[in-house]
Design a protein around this ligand. Structure first.
Ligand code: IVH
Length: 692
């Protein structure tokens, strides 16, 4: 048992260390201690406090989540009202100039007089709180409320790691620090991911949040501190409430900028972008710089704030109604807007993915007019329960595709008969009518039309023409685009009907290129079964699976008619591949494409099914090394595998034969050492011909 004094001394030292490291980690983003070490210190302090409960002070790092579940929020009257700022609705540079002009006029500055100094900050999109510290210890946190009376949210605010429970350094008897509680975008995404999991697990009371602001507001107004703690919040300090005068021990700051530095010294994060500016021109430059950075910031902002820097000038400027004349919020185009859903359509992407898309009453959001917004997939569309006629929140941030964030609660609350039907994904592709399937474990439906589907045509043709497929030289994306758009190619066989005259008649097509393409098409007709199979672009059928299939079945018809069970017998073919093949060849039009291609003259050598072919080398293991006189390594490997042998990469006691060519190295030494039979290419060919 530690003595009281020892325990008190150790607890104080631990508290100091923990505060310092938490600040380094959460505020300065420059941790010095591995998490596990921090946890050890934390647990040591917890243990001490358990042994000596009187050491458990309210500002102890262990006391961020301590309180009971509340019944409701107590009201708090603000000692200094929490004002709001005037919003400059002119989002062009003119907005900044207008503010500067107003300030100059109010201050009676001549046109050629000195520039006014400002502080430029970000306008964080969260909710404002007032944090009251007495003797440096956080005693109360309150929301803004109506500006006069807010709600006591001390308990949930204590869980915000970026808010110090005790101010660092010298603290005045009383100070109220104001700022914005917000949620970072990555924290928001992770929170929603957890929420979705809870909902999927059947927890009815859980919901997904529409945006970081709402999630932050929900977390702050959370009555259960444990839940609040599980919703990661962040904080930026930007303003002041009540504060002891310098005579009473308060800091002597003459400018907003000095206050921000003081907040930082006390342990609060302040915006890294915060900057001093002189005159309208520098305000405009700040607005434009931040506009470019906006989408890359880890949190949402809806504008910037300009504040007259000098507190003396702020006093002279004073207020109009409830807004200071010395500050203004200069906005950016909103990234979220409300609009009505006119319809829900399903679009087919170039890979066959079906995406539900909401058709919207045109709305200006994120700087452009939006009429379409993605609903991502069937699950998302149903989870958000978007119906025709609903009023929805549309979001467009940066260059990201606009999305429907959610339905406005009032709209969702209308009786079912006043709303459109629940969204269901069509079971047929809206473009080509082929079956649309959703594979197990996948969120997306896909059109099985493949080459037949106009939406997938360009992609399908490019794949077919690729070097490792039919290898049609000169058939690149620009040309395919042109051919498909001109309706010259509807399905793959149309490729082989393109004549010189048609091709030469295309825009930007020289006679020479047209001739070359005709030749390339002709040359591609003589191909191999694996190339052809791969070229069809069947989902999940890559080059090597195509080879395995060709080897196993020998003939295309055998593959087209194989059952899933038969397909599963092939090397490396699993249920996903088997199903995909089956689905593809079950579509009559896909078979037709194959027939037509054959009719166009495409041909390849067919072989015997491997299963029935003799396997004279079954059970034997070969290793190949060095350069063989005529066969490439891959050819030798191919031949051996067809004969049933296993081809390994290194020599061991299990190796039956080492096939050695010129410049064989360490493998040969190893084989000789182990007494493995060494043969040359001639002997290999003989074995392949006549068996062992
Ligand atoms: S200063 C008297 N600075 O915007 C000035 N506000 O209506 C008081 N906000 O309620 C506010 N970032 O929630 C200020 N850098 C910033 C801000 C900011 C966000 C919010 C705050 C306030 C509202 C203004």
């Amino acid at each position: 048992m530690t003595t009281r004094e020892d325990a008190a001394r150790e607890a104080a030292a631990l508290g100091e260390q923990l505060r310092r490291h938490a600040h380094l980690y959460y505020v300065l983003d420059a941790p010095e201690l591995p998490d596990a070490e921090y946890d050890k210190l934390f647990q040591r302090l917890q243990a001490l406090e358990a042994e000596h409960p009187e050491l458990r002070t309210p500002d102890s790092p262990t006391q961020r989540v301590g309180g009971k579940v509340l019944e409701g929020f107590a009201k708090v009257r603000h000692k200094v009202p929490m004002l709001s700022i005037r919003t400059e609705t002119d989002i062009t540079p003119g907005g900044a100039s207008a503010f500067d002009a107003r300030v100059r006029k109010e201050l009676g500055l001549a046109e050629d007089g000195p520039q006014v100094e400002y502080v430029c900050e970000l306008k964080f999109d969260g909710l404002a709180v007032n944090l009251r510290y007495e003797q440096g210890v956080l005693v109360q946190a309150a929301t803004r409320g109506d500006g006069e009376i807010g709600e006591d949210v001390t308990q949930s605010i204590r869980t915000v790691q970026q808010i110090p429970l005790r101010l660092h350094g010298d603290a005045p008897p009383v100070v109220e620090v104001r700022g914005e509680v917000y949620m970072r975008r990555d924290d928001f995404e992770a929170l929603n991911e957890r929420q979705r999991e809870k909902i999927a697990a059947g927890q009815k009371n859980e919901k997904v949040f529409v945006n970081p602001r709402n999630a932050a507001a929900g977390a702050v107004r959370q009555l259960d501190p444990a839940i609040a703690a599980s919703r990661p919040l962040s904080f930026f300090a930007y303003g002041l409430g009540e504060v002891s005068s310098p005579e009473q021990g308060g800091p002597d700051c003459a400018t907003q900028f000095d206050w921000l530095q003081q907040f930082h010294a006390w342990g609060f994060p302040i915006g890294a972008q915060t900057q001093r500016a002189r005159g309208a021109i520098e305000l405009i430059a700040f607005h434009e710089t931040i506009a470019r950075q906006r989408d890359a910031l880890p949190y949402d902002i809806d504008g910037v704030v300009y504040k007259v820097d000098s507190l003396e000038l702020q006093r002279r400027l004073g207020f109009v109604s409830r807004e200071p004349r010395w500050a203004v919020a200069h906005k950016y185009p909103a990234q979220e807007q409300l609009t009505e859903v006119l319809g829900i359509e399903v679009q087919v992407g170039r890979t066959g993915k079906l995406t539900p898309v909401a058709k919207l009453a045109p709305v200006f959001v994120g700087g452009v007019t939006v009429t379409n917004a993605t609903l991502h997939n069937e699950d998302e569309a149903r989870r958000k329960d978007v119906r025709v006629g609903d009023t929805v929140i549309v979001r467009r941030a940066g260059d990201v595709i606009p999305e429907v964030v959610g339905v406005l609660p009032e709209s969702a609350a209308r009786p079912a008969e006043q709303r459109g039907p629940v969204f269901t994904m069509p079971r047929r592709c809206p473009v080509c009518g082929s079956d649309a399937l959703r594979e197990e474990g996948e969120v997306d439906y896909r059109c099985t039309g493949g080459l037949f589907c106009a939406a997938q045509r360009k992609e399908a043709i490019l794949h077919f023409a690729a070097r490792r497929a039919l290898d049609i030289e000169g058939l690149g994306d620009k040309l395919v685009e042109q051919l498909v758009d001109a309706n010259l190619i509807r399905t793959l066989p149309d490729l082989y009907k393109l004549g010189f005259t048609t091709l030469a008649g295309l825009d930007r097509m020289a006679d020479k290129s047209a001739k070359n393409l005709v030749d390339a098409l002709e040359a591609s007709k003589k191909t191999t079964l694996p190339r052809f199979l791969f070229g069809l672009g069947i989902r999940h059928i890559g080059e090597s699976t195509a080879k395995d299939l060709a080897k196993h079945f020998g003939k295309l018809d055998a593959i087209m008619d194989a059952t899933e069970e038969q397909l599963l017998e092939v090397n490396d073919v699993g249920p996903v591949v088997a199903k995909s093949l089956r689905t593809f060849f079950d579509q009559a039009h896909n078979r037709e494409v194959v027939e037509q291609l054959r009719a166009c003259g495409l041909s390849w050598e067919e072989g015997e099914p491997a299963a029935r072919a003799p396997k004279p080398l079954a059970g034997k293991t070969f290793v190949i090394t060095g350069t063989l006189p005529t066969l490439s390594r891959d050819e030798a490997k191919d031949k051996l595998e067809t004969a049933g042998a296993k081809v390994a990469g290194s020599v061991s006691k299990k190796t039956d034969y080492l096939v050695a060519g010129a410049e064989a190295g360490s493998k040969l030494d190893k084989a000789l050492e182990l007494g493995v039979a060494v043969i040359d290419e001639a002997r290999l060919l003989e074995i392949l011909e006549n068996g062992l």
